[in-house]
Design a protein around this ligand. Sequence first.
Ligand code: CMP
Length: 133
Amino acid sequence: MAEQTLFIVKPDAVQRNLIGEIISRFEKKGFKVMKLKMFNFTKKQAEEFYSVHKSKPFFNELVSFIISGRIVAAVIEGNNAIETTRLMIGSTKSFEAAPGSIRGDFGLGFTDNIIHASDSKQSFEKEVKVVFE
Ligand code: CMP
């Protein structure tokens, strides 16, 4: 069943010229890129985007990192997009992510973990509003 999800190429990956490589993985997998945008989050937008983590001890670090440089957001569409994309990006801690996953192949960081992707339909609907509306 066709479904949409959103991912963000984070500042560390943009800085390292990995935008094309990352988008290409999703295209090669069979997803269609429906929306694409390069921009900087404002602090307010970032706080809204990550509001589920507001009470976490790493919230400030997370917001500072995501506003530290340009990012690229995409909405992609295809079968089982949300779950499949989460599989493709790998575990949150890049240093533990399986080889073959995006984090597993390109990073070692935790806050700076290359890519974000919506983890549920509810997150997708909220995140797409913050980024594209
Ligand atoms: P992301 O998929 O963007 O969703 C929330 C982000 O918070 C996560 O990737 C990490 O970058 C970051 N994160 C989660 N847990 C921690 C933590 N314990 N310390 C620092 N950053 C974290």
